[in-house]
Design a binder for this molecule. Structure first.
Ligand SMILES: [Zn+2]
Length: 168
């Protein structure tokens, strides 16, 4: 298949990311969607937590045609840049595991020295209570961040077709 073709929309009945949005939708195109993690869910105590979720059910990034891998990387760069610009976190944490839900997705978590786990990973041991004032200050920036993400992602244009990585 040519790499610019739209992915098939096959959905797996037993995959939560095929069946559910996965959070509050910020942006969606034919290839992927960007969501903010549910503020009432189990990860809500982190100040800013977003996910890039591929539309098609694939397990690994390298299951995608190379041009779609580049599209993913372009979106990853945009999301991290927007989060840094608006939130000014101490550190950005990016992760792609898929051990529990083997549907390609990335986590983007803005980390602050005052957050509940810093400097531990967010899935590690909590070290403190989240200070509400700092948390609310970050949350007050979400509308600005949402708007910037939507603008920058919608401005992206597809790459010219490339059939394989340079080293293949
Ligand atoms: Zn899936």
């Amino acid at each position: 298949m040519r790499t610019t073709e739209l992915p098939s929309k096959t959905k797996l009945a037993d995959c939560v990311l095929c069946q559910q949005m996965g959070g509050r939708l910020l942006y969606e195109n034919s290839f992927y969607r960007v969501i903010a993690v549910d503020a009432n869910g189990p990860d809500a105590h982190f100040p800013a937590f977003y996910r890039l979720i591929w539309s098609q059910h694939v397990v690994e990034m390298t299951d995608l045609p190379y041009t779609q891998q580049l599209m993913a990387w372009q979106a990853i760069s945009i999301i991290e840049s927007c989060m840094r610009k608006v939130l000014q976190p101490h550190k950005m944490n990016l992760a792609s595991f898929g051990n529990m839900v083997a549907h390609l997705h990335w986590h983007f978590i803005a980390r602050f020295e005052w957050d509940s786990h810093f400097p531990n990973p967010v899935w590690g041991q909590a070290l403190r209570e989240v200070p509400m004032q700092q948390l609310q200050e970050v949350q007050s920036l979400f509308p600005q961040l949402d708007a910037l993400l939507q603008q920058k992602l919608s401005e992206l244009r597809p790459f010219a077709p490339i059939d394989s990585p340079p080293d293949r």
